[in-house]
Design a binder for this molecule. Structure first.
Ligand SMILES: [Zn+2]
Ligand SMILES: [Zn+2]
Length: 302
């Protein structure tokens, strides 16, 4: 159905029940707001039974929760990570990046941890450059950043800078901070270094994980890009994504089917838009998605 001006009205995905699966979330170990234990507790309370914390460049949350025996009964927590890969030389990608999720890596794999550590160092360098630009712009936020109590090995990201900018009255929301200051080409933007998409895919595979292309809504229109990544070892596509309309989910699902990729899905919850339950209410990932991911990971873990 087309609207009055020929533009189809937004047709959101409506969750028929509380989503039992969320395979894309962030905590304070990267650029999220909640502590890992708070996130799993809130997700469990919302009805999630298969959960992955996919902090940027870090498996710290998974390790902490397992070590503290803090995963609620009935919740299956899959080791996860998100690598924001620099697409380099390719035009038209959001922020010049492709995001690769990894599931089921061996958390004790030393080369993988070394790769993630190097990614986190690159993040810190970029973070410091952004803070320096803001100082030059007469907007020092070092104190606020300090108060956000960032651990020395956490995977820092721009949402944390955005929260500090909001605290100082320089922006109204994280989105607004990106639009005015932090987004690609804005006054405080700084380039990202680190792994490219192929290298990220290979690193995840080498650690026994399944690499999945995140929130690539244009998968059908740019299927050539997806095919190239499949050749490099890509094994899945994020098909269900909070906020996507039905047509986008169906279009990305058709690419996953065609290329025999494992379909995943999640909220990409960071915590800026309120408690987890609020975001979760807008998410629909069928339980079959969690089952298929576990099946796909089984041979690697056997
Ligand atoms: Zn992402
Ligand atoms: Zn994410």
């Amino acid at each position: 159905m087309k609207g009055r001006h020929g533009v189809a009205p937004f047709d959101p995905v409506v969750a028929p029940a509380p989503s039992p699966v969320d395979l894309h979330t962030h905590t304070r170990r990267s650029d999220g707001v909640l502590e890992p234990a708070e996130l799993v507790a809130q997700a469990a309370a919302a009805g999630v039974r298969t959960l992955a914390i996919t902090d940027h460049d870090s498996l710290a949350a998974w390790r902490e929760l397992l070590a503290a025996d803090a995963v609620p009964a009935g919740v299956s927590l899959i080791p996860g990570v998100e690598i924001n890969a620099v697409a380099g030389g390719r035009d038209g990608f959001w922020e010049g990046e492709l995001h690769v999720l990894g599931f089921g890596m061996d958390p004790d794999d030393a080369p993988f941890e070394a790769a993630l550590h190097s990614q986190r160092q690159q993040r810190r360098r970029r973070f410091d450059r952004i803070l320096a630009r803001l100082r030059e712009l007469g907007m020092p936020i070092d104190e606020e950043v300090e108060q956000l109590s960032i651990g020395h090995d956490d995977a820092l990201g721009r949402p944390t800078v955005a929260r500090a900018l909001i605290a100082r009255g320089h922006a109204e929301s994280v989105e607004d901070a990106f639009r005015r200051w932090l987004g690609h080409g804005q006054p405080a933007w700084a380039p990202r270094g680190g792994l490219g998409p192929r290298e990220a895919i290979r690193a995840i595979r080498a650690a026994g994980g399944l690499p999945v292309l995140a929130h690539f809504g244009e998968a059908r229109q740019r299927i050539g890009v997806v095919r190239e990544l499949v050749e490099a070892g890509l094994g899945g596509l994020e098909v269900h994504y909070r906020g996507w309309e039905r047509a986008t989910v169906e279009s990305v699902a058709s690419v996953a089917d065609e290329l025999r990729l494992v379909a995943t899905g999640g909220s990409d919850y960071h915590g800026d838009l309120g408690p987890y339950a609020q975001t979760h209410a807008l998410l629909w990932v069928p339980s079959s998605v969690g089952d298929r991911l576990r099946e796909a990971l089984r041979p690697a873990n056997a």
